[in-house]
Design a binder for this molecule. Structure first.
Ligand code: AMP
Ligand code: ZN
Length: 473
């Protein structure tokens, strides 16, 4: 079975075929850095990371770029409202550049904590103004755009495919209230490529006027072209990016280059809270710190956010975090058990026993991932292996094979404790064995276990309340 993905453009699942064999060029809409991204945003970014990891598992080289929006994203997502960064800057009495620096640093720290693989580039919008102006000039020259009083707009009627991605029809948009009517626009649904505003803090002088700044959509057209070229294999974002953001990107990029922009458009569903969208404006967001304060680490959060299908609804609750943490513990335990079976400490007597179970588990995992990155269909492969290990159906050779597979699967999931570091469950088991040896007055054995733990960095302390352990600093 080959990798198939749901393409928002065609609204169907299609086999994935990159433009250039062996290479995938992927652009992910990144954060608007006015506020620390919340776990909902990380659902979108972890989806992109899982997708990249799966493509790499399949042996493809992934050129991945995620942008940083540091200017031009207005509060209403279209042409009205305040610049999100400037609004936040006023609130915090900082300048918008300071806000952007601070939040971007925090974002990278969060990505590292969540085990996200580094993209090839994280371009900042404010550092790509010349590239945006180049496209804007090209669109003006080709009659797709027009300048009025310092603003430049894209004429959506010049691009007949406008609306194909979102299913919006220009006539309906015209009638709808979504887009505020501005007098200087030819058509109410035209969108800004460049805006003029003397009060804007982050601004650039151009031939259109002294105080201008880019529209949010042109940023991604310019940064993707600069870092990946005119044609992309995959473009991702959260579901809210479909319209207007991605619809507008397509209109700009395709009108400028005359080529199809992205082959596959992939959108992850929103993370919800209490059945509604998690969003900063609703004040129902959580950051990694909020999650840590409830006693969950970033690895557990990563698992909670990736373990379902990216197009399935996901409701964020502390109960669901607890559930994710306990499933993850089972996956960690799978490794501990497989190691024991591989060493012949337990399991089936026949080394080859259960090899076919490992094959089946691998197939379940790969089929699930190949089915539009359906992690929830893939995970039962790993769970079945744990059941097989627990029930003594695996021999040592099968366990070695299984360990190799779990390691590979974890290259994609990035959550399982697969290194040799002892897990709490394994430590507790060794402590119990040491207590039993002491009780049987087998001090040689109890000392041996103590030394074994020490060699692995675990220090035991006998206290009146029993044995406690800690990791050596
Ligand atoms: P922003 O910082 O608002 O530009 O959003 C960055 C990314 O996070 C975009 O791809 C959004 O679609 C996505 N996003 C925003 N809110 C959520 C949410 N509650 N769940 C999932 N993705 C989200
Ligand atoms: Zn974007």
């Amino acid at each position: 079975m080959s990798f198939s993905v749901f393409n928002s453009m065609t609204r169907s699942v299609e086999p994935f075929v990159p433009l250039e064999p062996g290479v995938v060029r992927m652009y992910n809409c990144g954060p608007t850095v006015y506020n620390r991204p919340h776990v909902g945003n990380y659902r979108a970014f972890l989806f992109a990371d899982t997708l990249r990891r799966w493509l790499e598992y399949l042996g493809l080289r992934v050129e991945q770029v995620m942008n940083i929006t540091d200017v031009g994203h207005l509060t209403d997502d279209a042409d009205e409202g305040e610049d999100k960064l400037e609004k936040q800057a006023r609130r915090e009495k900082l300048d918008p550049w300071q806000i952007s620096r601070k939040v971007t640093e925090q974002f990278f720290a969060d990505l590292a904590a969540l085990g996200v693989r580094q993209a090839k580039a994280y371009p900042k919008a404010s550092e790509h103004i010349p590239e945006m102006l180049e496209i804007i000039e090209g669109l003006l020259a080709k009659g797709h755009a027009y300048a009025v009083g310092g603003n430049v707009y894209f004429d959506v009627k010049s691009f007949p495919r406008y609306g194909r991605l979102s299913g919006n029809r220009v006539e309906e948009l015209e009638a709808g209230a979504r887009i505020a009517v501005r007098e200087d626009k030819r058509n109410p649904e035209d969108f800004a490529l460049w805006k003029s505003d003397p009060a804007h803090l982050m601004k650039w002088a151009t031939r259109f006027g002294p105080d201008g700044f880019p529209g949010w959509h042109i940023e991604c057209s310019a940064m993707s072209r600069k870092h990946l070229g005119e044609r992309l294999d995959i473009h991702t974002g959260g579901e809210d990016n479909i319209f207007p953001h991605h619809e507008c990107e397509i209109a700009q990029s395709e009108s400028f280059s005359g080529k199809p922009f992205a082959t596959y458009w992939m959108h992850s569903k929103f993370l919800q809270v209490d059945g509604g969208k998690m969003s900063k404006s609703l004040g129902n967001t959580y950051t990694l710190d909020d999650v840590a304060a409830k006693g969950f680490n970033a690895r557990q959060l990563r698992f909670a956010l990736i373990r379902g299908h990216y197009r399935a609804p996901l409701n964020f609750t502390w109960e669901s975090m607890k559930d994710a943490a306990s499933s993850l513990e089972n996956l960690d335990d799978l490794v501990v058990r497989l190691r024991r079976v591989a060493k012949g400490q337990e399991g089936a007597g026949q080394p080859q026993a259960g090899l076919e179970l490992v094959q089946a588990a691998r197939k379940t995992f790969e089929d699930g991932m190949n089915d539009d990155l359906n992690v929830s269909r893939a995970l039962p492969g790993l769970m079945a292996l744990r059941a097989a290990a627990l029930e003594g159906r695996l021999g040592s050779a099968a366990a070695l094979d299984a360990l190799e597979f779990v390691r590979r699967a974890n290259e994609v999931l990035g959550v399982i404790q697969v290194d040799e570091e002892l897990l709490p469950a394994a430590i507790e088991a060794l402590i119990a064995a040491r207590q039993a040896a002491r009780k049987a007055k087998d001090f040689k054995e109890s000392d041996r276990i103590r030394d074994e733990l020490l060699a692995k960095g675990i220090v035991l302390e006998d206290t009146p309340k029993g044995v406690v352990w800690r990791r050596k600093a």
